[in-house]
Design a protein around this ligand. Structure first.
Ligand SMILES: *Cc1c(COP(=O)(O)O)cnc(C)c1O
Length: 422
C-alpha cells in the first residue's frame, strides 16, 4: 500500500505530504459550496515547497538579511557564507569538479540566454547550433535571437510520433560547422528521457560542446555532470522544490573562463575605470548586481531535503507511480497519450477525442485537480504532432496512487459530461 512506502528518511508518503503546507490546504472553488482537497498534478510547471524551504527563506529575511561579498560586518559575512554555501551544495548535488563552475541565475531560461549571448558572441554565418524539435521555448528562442544577431544557423534533431528523438539522423546533422548542441534531458511534454550520453559522446568526437536543459531531470534523477561529461547544464530552483527566482548554470571551467560577461554591473568587476573595466574571477564574473540570497537559502534547503529523501527512494517511488499512472491512463477510452510507453518520466500529456484540453483542465479543476493545458512552451513539437493543445498531468514523490485513481475517474466523468451535451 502506498502509505506504507518508506523513504530513506524513514517517512512514509503520508508523512512526506504533511511537510508540504500547500498540500494541507483546502481550495475554494468558484461556485462550489465546500472546499476540496488539492490534487496537485502540475509539478512539471513548478514543484511545491516543503516547509523547511519556506522556513529557510523566512529565517534569512528575519535574521540574516544583508548584502553579500561587500560587507565586513557579521551579518554580511553570514549572508555571504549562506550564499556561497548553497553554491557548494549545488556543486556536490550535480557533482561538478569546481565550485566556481556553478553560476547562479534566475532560472533555466536566464542560464540558456547567458550561454547563447556569451558563448555565442563570436559566432557567425558559418556556424550552426544543433537543437531538437522537442525543446522548450527557453532552449529555442535565445538561439533564434542569436541567429538574428550573428547569422548563425539553427538545425534540429527531428522527433517521431512517440515524442522520441530520431538519433539515427545525428551523424548527418553533426558537422564541422556545429558550434554547440543544445538538448533537453527530459521532455516537459512527452516525459521522454533522452539518451544524452550518446549525443554528448558523438558531439565530443567532433569537439563540439553540449548544453543540457536539465529543468525536468534535476528533480527526478541524480545528475553527475562529470560522468555525463556535458559542457553546460542548466536548471531552475523552483522545479527542484526550491523557490522561484533562482536558477543554475553549470559550465566547464575551460568554457566559462573564455566567455565574456553577460551583464555588467556590481560584483562582476575587478577594477572599473570610466573608460573600461576588468572582470572578476569565476563564478562572480557572471553574477552582476545583488544576487537572490534569500532564494539561495531556499535552494540550499531544498537540496538538503532531496538528499535526505535520497534519489534512490525518490526514483523508485516515482517510477512505481509513473507505471501505475501509465497503466490507468492508457485504459481510458477516447484519450490519446503522447510520449513513449517505456523509459519515461511522470509527465503525461494527453488529448481527448471529444473535448478541448482547456475544457478538460477546467472540468478537473472543479474537483481540485490541478493539471496544465496548452502548448507547454513547446509549440514546434506540438505542431509536428499536429495538435495545438494538450492537457498534462505531471507527478512527484508527494503524489499518491489514490490521487491518480481520482484523476482517472474524473477524466472519465469529463468525457461523459461533455458527451451528454449538458
Ligand atoms: C520549465 C522548463 C524550462 C524553463 O524554466 P524556467 O524556470 O521557466 O526558466 C525550460 N526547459 C524545460 C524542459 C522546462 O520544463
Amino acid at each position: 500500500m502506498v502509505n506504507e512506502w518508506i523513504f530513506a528518511n524513514e517517512k512514509n508518503v503520508g508523512e512526506i505530504r504533511e511537510e508540504f503546507p500547500i498540500l494541507q490546504n483546502k481550495i475554494n472553488l468558484v461556485g462550489n459550496d465546500s472546499p476540496v482537497d488539492l490534487i496537485y498534478l502540475d509539478t512539471a510547471a513548478t514543484a511545491q515547497k516543503p516547509l523547511q524551504v519556506i522556513e529557510a527563506m523566512s529565517c534569512y529575511y528575519r535574521e540574516q538579511n544583508s548584502n553579500v561579498h561587500r560587507a565586513l560586518h557579521t551579518l554580511g559575512e553570514t549572508a555571504t557564507a549562506l550564499y556561497e554555501g548553497t553554491r557548494a551544495k549545488v556543486q556536490s548535488f550535480i557533482n561538478a569538479e569546481y565550485r566556481h563552475e556553478i553560476i547562479f541565475t534566475r532560472n533555466t531560461t536566464e542560464s540558456i540566454n547567458l550561454v547563447a549571448s556569451s558563448f555565442g558572441s563570436n559566432l557567425g554565418p558559418e556556424d550552426e547550433i544543433l537543437l531538437t524539435e522537442m525543446e522548450h521555448h527557453s532552449n529555442l528562442v535565445p538561439w533564434q535571437l542569436l541567429s538574428e544577431r550573428t547569422g548563425c544557423k539553427l538545425k534540429f534533431i527531428p522527433i517521431n510520433e512517440h515524442g522520441e528523438l530520431e538519433l539515427d539522423k545525428l551523424d548527418e546533422l553533426l558537422t564541422k560547422k556545429t558550434a554547440l548542441v543544445g538538448v533537453v534531458h527530459i521532455s516537459n511534454i512527452f516525459g521522454t528521457i533522452n539518451n544524452i550520453k550518446l549525443i554528448i559522446e558523438k558531439a565530443h568526437f567532433l569537439d563540439i560542446p553540449v548544453l543540457i536543459d536539465g529543468a525536468q531531470s534535476t528533480p527526478h534523477m541524480p545528475i553527475d555532470v562529470q560522468q555525463l561529461d556535458c559542457d553546460f547544464f542548466v536548471f531552475s530552483g523552483h522545479k527542484l522544490y526550491g523557490p522561484m527566482g533562482i536558477g543554475v548554470l553549470y559550465g566547464k571551467e575551460k568554457f566559462l573562463e573564455k566567455m565574456p560577461p553577460y551583464m555588467g554591473g556590481g560584483d562582476m568587476i575587478r577594477s572599473v575605470k570610466l573608460t573600461g573595466s576588468t572582470w572578476n574571477d569565476l563564478p562572480w564574473k557572471f553574477e552582476a548586481g545583488t544576487p537572490n540570497v534569500g532564494g539561495a537559502a531556499g535552494l540550499g534547503s531544498a537540496i538538503d531535503y532531496i538528499n535526505e529523501l535520497s534519489f534512490d527512494s525518490i526514483c523508485s517511488y516515482e517510477n512505481m507511480l509513473t507505471k501505475y499512472a501509465g497503466k490507468l491512463l492508457s485504459g481510458i477510452k477516447n484519450i490519446k497519450i503522447y510520449g513513449p510507453a517505456e523509459n519515461r518520466s511522470g509527465v503525461f500529456s494527453f488529448t481527448h477525442n471529444d473535448l478541448h484540453p482547456h475544457d478538460m483542465a477546467q472540468f478537473l479543476d472543479r474537483f481540485g485537480i490541478a493539471v496544465r493545458a496548452g502548448h507547454h512552451c513547446a509549440q514546434p513539437a506540438m505542431r509536428k504532432l499536429k495538435v495545438s493543445s494538450m492537457a498534462r498531468a505531471s507527478l512527484s514523490f508527494y503524489n499518491t496512487r489514490s490521487e491518480i485513481e481520482y484523476l482517472v475517474e474524473k477524466i472519465n466523468a469529463a468525457g461523459e459530461y461533455f458527451n451528454n451535451g449538458i
